[in-house]
Write a protein that binds this ligand. Structure first.
Ligand code: ADP
Ligand code: MG
Length: 265
């Protein structure tokens, strides 16, 4: 290769926005020359690296924008602690695919501390790794944002912005206060995403306690109807994980191991 090529190649690769090829081509070119690769093989190897890197950066961006709690992964979730939730079922949901394409929902119910947030965040992380876009929000924050949007007459634009996300997680749904304006933006969100884009909701009370979530009974019925129409429901009616760990001094998964390096008590 001429000195001119060696000098202009980095500039061209910058111009074409191919940072990975720009970084890797000298080493790969050397290997290719040494091993006598056909030109196609060299070119394909460079393109493959660029595409893989691009995908990785895309996933990193999606993880950052997801606002998912970083340490709540499925790998750290002890399924044995929640017998009503099957690991196989959650693993299948973590593949994404058909349920997200249908805009189906996930509803998690249970008292505080049973792992609702951890489980749904773990599922969110798994979906991000699969290339999906997820947004984790506390329902009260989301409602504030939607109400502010409505005041500025840009609620439709804000709902459209949320459309980018294959899954919108509304954590602590039942904490939302009963107020006409607050509940109606939530209702609009549910109606807007119905059968198009998935929602995941965590709540302390199953639907029977939802009269205080929506101002009017008719609105509650209509919202619940849309939410459950295509939904996976997990009832997590176990004892608080936090309380169990506090009482026993060890996580349940650690207790099952016969040998542990930690001193007991
Ligand atoms: P909830 O949202 O139902 O109130 P969290 O998901 O916040 O409960 O769980 C409370 C704490 O216990 C968190 O630190 C969470 O990581 C942990 N936790 C709950 N359930 C499990 C579980 N099955 N395996 C591992 N950690 C758990
Ligand atoms: Mg929670």
């Amino acid at each position: 290769m001429s000195a001119l090529e060696a000098a202009t190649l980095p500039m061209m690769l910058t111009e074409l926005r191919l940072p990975t090829i720009k970084r890797l081509w000298p080493a790969l070119a050397e290997q290719s020359n040494r091993e006598g690769w056909p030109a196609e093989r060299f070119l394909a190897a460079l393109c493959e690296h660029e595409m893989n890197e691009r995908e990785r950066r895309r996933i990193d961006r999606h993880r950052a924008e997801s606002a998912l709690p970083p340490d709540k992964r499925l790998s750290a979730f002890d399924f044995a602690a929640v017998p009503t939730v099957s690991k196989a079922h959650v693993t299948a949901l973590a593949e994404g695919d058909s349920w997200l394409e249908q805009g189906a929902n996930i509803l998690l119910f249970g008292p505080p501390g049973v792992g609702k947030t951890h489980l749904i965040a773990g599922l969110g992380h798994a979906l991000v790794e699969r290339g999906y876009r997820v947004l984790f929000t506390r329902t009260s924050d989301l409602v504030q944002r939607l109400q502010a949007a409505r005041r500025d007459l840009r609620l439709p634009a804000e709902l459209a912005r949320l459309d980018r996300f294959d899954l919108l997680i509304c954590d602590d749904f039942s904490y939302v206060r009963r107020d006409q304006g607050e509940t109606s933006v939530l209702f609009e969100l549910i109606a807007e995403r119905y059968e198009r884009k998935s929602l995941a909701i965590t709540a302390n009370q199953p639907f029977s306690g939802w009269d205080h979530v929506f101002a009017e009974p008719a609105m509650t019925l209509a919202a619940v109807d849309r939410l459950v129409h295509h939904a996976t429901i997990f009832e997590m009616n176990v004892e608080s994980f936090r309380r169990r760990v506090a009482q026993k001094g060890l996580a349940p998964s650690e207790q099952r191991k016969p040998t542990t390096s930690k001193p007991k008590g």
